[in-house]
Design a protein. Structure first.
Length: 190
């Protein structure tokens, strides 16, 4: 069974590839606008499922990740000033990273989704740190304007939950969903 990754995220591709999965990558497009009153968990689940349904394949895996602080969703920043705004919101606080992963096997009419919430503690960031980090370019294509596996890791004081979920794909839950959908894991193949 061919595993199709419905994502253009290099991080998701790297995480799955590092475990030995052979992937067919087909980026999916879905409406990622937040609906009025939509809870963060509902939002990421809806978007991940829409991505999984937007791509054809024997077995399709899609995911979505967002950052939430004070009930506000922080997606990818529009530009440098927007990234700086997000980093000020996260400075010296705990926030949530919410990831949804969906696995779809159309021929068997199977769809499974899991939502994973991880808490991340960020050190206080002064304006020089924020300006330096934004100038690095790293935050510009990341939910919440940071990458825990990159330069920003120096400012993360703690993670409670899935570290790979913060990177963009909660692997423990992903492996369980793939197994549930009947896909052998790399170490289970003969």
């Amino acid at each position: 069974m061919v595993l199709t990754l419905a994502s253009s995220s290099p991080r998701r591709r790297e995480l799955l590839g590092s475990l030995g999965f052979a992937l067919q990558v087909r980026p999916a497009h879905a409406d990622e606008s937040v609906r009025a009153g939509e809870a963060p968990r509902d939002y990421v689940r809806r978007v991940a499922l829409a991505k999984a349904r937007a791509v054809d394949g024997e077995l399709v895996l899609a995911a979505d990740t967002t950052v939430a602080v004070d009930g506000q969703l922080l997606g990818k920043p529009a530009d440098g000033p927007d990234a700086a705004r997000m980093l000020r919101l996260l400075s010296g606080r705990t926030h949530q990273v919410i990831s949804a992963v969906c696995v779809r096997r159309p021929a068997a009419r199977l769809e499974f989704c899991e939502v994973v919430v991880t808490e991340v503690d960020v050190a206080p960031l002064d304006e020089r740190v924020i300006a330096w980090y934004v100038a690095s370019g790293e935050p510009l294509d990341k939910a919440g304007a940071y990458a825990v596996q990159g330069l920003f890791g120096a400012f993360v004081r703690g993670v409670r939950g899935s570290v790979t979920g913060v990177i963009g794909l909660p692997l423990d839950e992903t492996l369980a969903l793939l197994r549930r959908a009947g896909h052998p894991l790399p170490w289970e193949r003969p």
